[in-house]
Write a protein that binds this ligand. Structure first.
Ligand SMILES: [Zn+2]
Length: 279
């Protein structure tokens, strides 16, 4: 049913849940990362296109649930404007200690870098929710030698970032009810165990898509556009189309990590594709 949002913008109330977007900065991504594009589409993102880096905080009254933790310091060299949340700052210790749960949508460094600093977990009291498929894929030591050579530094970084959180994990298999109207939805393709988050309250709903869509400049109008970091680009396209159809048919408000806005929006159909309309 249509969502009647009590607040618009970067914070919204959904029944007893409050959802707040927290921006971790931005990343400028080279046009060469996109394929299956027309020359006009290529032109639109040349030489680079700006990705936002959104994370979210869900408050239930008793729980404070982060969805992703941003980059921390680990991508600063390549993306100087990443890691803006600075969870590692000492003055954020109290805020960090109050976090009860963290949903990790997938294990790319721009989503897990903020979970630790120098090998120490920054959120000692939080249960970290991940798909088992995702954890098993990235922490397999063989991946360091079986991954394509140009991806091995990324694998090494992810494995280093995984170590400090190993004893805080709750691994899930497929769609999972986390209570308080929060459900993990399996959304594979971008990575093997990539997941989105569905929120519902009082017959209203909302979806956090994470990296089901990465480029708002290209993939709403053309969901077939592929991204170099998709581990299975064909499955990523399939997942994107399935969720886009659902969002537009049911007029569900949503957000996604790399949209160039922190605001929530709806998907309208437009031509053969879709268009994002801010709430
Ligand atoms: Zn990402």
């Amino acid at each position: 049913m249509p969502g009647t949002l009590e607040k618009s913008g970067t914070r919204l109330a959904l029944g007893d849940l409050t959802l707040t977007a927290l921006s971790d900065g931005y990343l400028d991504i080279p046009a060469a990362y996109f394929s299956n594009v027309t020359p006009t589409e290529q032109q639109a993102v040349s030489p680079s296109t700006r990705f936002g880096a959104n994370t979210w905080l869900i408050e239930t009254g008793t729980r404070k649930i982060l969805v992703d933790a941003g980059s921390g310091d680990c991508l600063k060299e390549r993306f100087p404007a990443s890691g803006a949340l600075t969870w590692q700052a000492p003055e954020k210790a109290t805020e960090r200690a109050a976090v009860t749960d963290i949903v990790i949508t997938h294990m790319h460094a721009d989503h897990i870098g903020g979970l630790s600093v120098n090998g120490n977990s920054l959120f000692p009291n939080a249960v970290i929710h991940l798909q088992a498929t995702e954890w098993d894929f990235w922490t397999d030591e063989a991946l360091l030698t079986t991954a394509p050579e140009d991806k091995r530094p990324m694998v090494g970084l992810i494995q280093a970032l995984a170590k400090p959180i190993g004893n805080q994990l709750r691994l899930h298999r497929g769609d999972t009810d986390l209570g308080n109207g929060i459900t993990l939805i399996s959304a594979p393709g971008h990575t093997p165990g990539h997941q989105a988050v569905h929120l519902s309250a009082d017959s209203r709903e909302m979806i956090l898509l994470a990296d089901v869509v990465v480029s708002d400049a290209l993939q709403f109008a053309n969901p077939e556009v592929r991204y170099a970091l998709d581990s299975d680009p064909v499955l990523a396209v399939e997942t994107r189309k399935t969720l886009f159809d659902r969002l537009s048919a049911d007029r569900i408000p949503f957000a996604a990590t790399h949209l160039s806005t922190e605001r929530f929006g709806y998907l309208d159909t437009r031509g053969n594709g879709f268009a994002f309309v801010e709430v």
